[in-house]
Design a protein around this ligand. Structure first.
Ligand code: GLY
Ligand code: MN
Ligand code: MN
Length: 397
């Protein structure tokens, strides 16, 4: 990314915040075990605003003065020896920032800025998760609250800007999709060879690492009833030729994710064929809906009708008003935005707009029959409709 593009993003954001002061933190490194650090992935807003993939940094964007300050984390000599030096000249050049200050001067700088700005904007919206949140955004938020009279969450403004992808971002997603399709195609071609789910995972990982890429999220390789657990990531089960195998895998390339699912079966039963055909048909019909200016509420209404048709076709839904049964067999969202984050917020817009990228991922999960089928593609909304970025990968069983 070059500094001109970063500058434009800063201008877009501060224009929405009446020229305000924006302060954003990268993520901190977190413990994996004892003195080992977990693999690091940058916070998406910080990455979008700076291109910096390092932990512990912060950025101050003063929209009035068009002044950008990077804040370096204080590191001991030992940390530098273990983790390497940072080329700060290069950071200034690629980000277009005006200066770099040390973390020890961060609070003083914020206090100075609080004389000119009563509001500090930062993306921070705590929400309950079944895991511990990265502490850095919350710590920054508390610090800002001690210094500024008012601290305002700018997650929505950032999400809406990030939702409309630039041509360069779309190109990166295309590369991620292409690599993911390559990995799927290779696995599909030798499906008979696999005895365990982890063998499929290993080949996917190999394909990604050979291309200097990585998984964008924990891969899901789920045979038979494992597919009913939506985020099954153990990938340790035996693969049976007469059971469906759900593979939900995506590469991250140049910071952007793909997110693709296919469900295969070597010796499908009539029932597996029937369920797969119903999901495939729904998937095709739902993608056909996508175009700019479609109200998202309308999209979701039509998706419900299509998914109810699908469940009706396989005999699981007798009464279309039976919401409980409907949600039992199709318990997750049909779509989510895709970008730096695998689940990239679209910023709760009313309409689809050109430049948005989202998944379409219908599924039917029948615990009592040990069948889970999902088909997921990555779709770009274009000026006059949509483009299925992952269409080259066959959806067949
Ligand atoms: N891979 C997670 C999802 O499909 O949303
Ligand atoms: Mn998805
Ligand atoms: Mn997925």
């Amino acid at each position: 990314m070059d500094s001109e593009k970063i500058k434009k993003r800063h201008e877009q954001l501060t224009a929405q915040l009446s020229g305000g002061l924006v302060v954003v933190s990268s993520y901190d490194q977190v413990q994996l075990s004892n003195d080992m650090v977990a693999p690091f992935l940058q916070e998406a807003n910080f990455l979008w605003l700076t291109g910096i993939t390092l932990p512990g940094w912060k950025v101050i964007i003063d929209g009035i003065r068009q002044h950008v300050v990077l804040v370096r984390p204080s590191r001991s000599e030992a940390e530098v020896i273990f983790d390497g030096k940072t080329d700060e000249e290069a950071l200034l050049e690629t980000t277009g920032a005006n200066e770099i200050i040390d973390e020890t001067d961060f609070e003083t700088r914020l206090r100075q800025l609080s004389r000119q700005h009563t509001i500090a904007y930062t993306p921070y919206r705590p929400h309950p998760h079944h895991f511990v949140m990265n502490p850095a955004p919350a710590e920054l938020h508390s610090l800002l609250c001690r210094i500024f009279p008012k601290v305002v969450d700018c997650s929505d403004q950032l999400a809406r800007l990030r939702a409309i992808k630039s041509p360069e971002e779309i190109a990166a997603i295309r590369r991620a999709v292409k690599l993911t399709i390559m990995a799927f195609t290779a696995v599909r071609a030798q499906l008979e060879e696999y005895r365990y789910e982890y063998e499929v995972e290993a080949d996917m990982t190999r394909a990604f690492r050979r291309a200097n890429a990585a998984h964008a999220y924990q891969p899901i390789i789920a045979g038979g009833s494992h597919a009913v657990t939506l985020h099954y990531v153990e990938n340790s089960g035996r693969i049976m030729k007469n059971q469906a195998l759900l593979i939900d895998v995506g590469a991250r390339v140049d910071g952007y994710a793909a997110d693709i699912t296919r469900t295969y079966c070597l010796k499908p039963t009539k029932r597996q064929q029937q369920v797969h055909a119903a999901v495939e048909n729904a998937h095709r019909r739902i993608i056909a809906l996508l175009r700019p200016d479609l109200l998202i509420a309308d999209y979701l209404r039509q998706v419900d009708e299509i998914m109810k048709d699908a469940l009706g076709e396989v005999g699981l839904l007798k009464n279309r008003d039976d919401t409980e049964t409907y949600r039992k067999y199709f318990p997750h969202a049909i779509s989510h935005g895709l970008g730096i984050d695998v689940h990239d917020s679209l910023g709760a817009p009313r309409y689809f707009q050109p430049g948005m990228v989202l998944t379409v991922e219908p599924g039917i999960y029948i615990e009592e029959e040990h069948i889970g089928v999902r088909i997921e593609d990555d779709i770009l909304i274009t000026a006059d409709g949509h483009e299925n970025l992952s269409r080259a990968l066959s959806t067949s069983l």
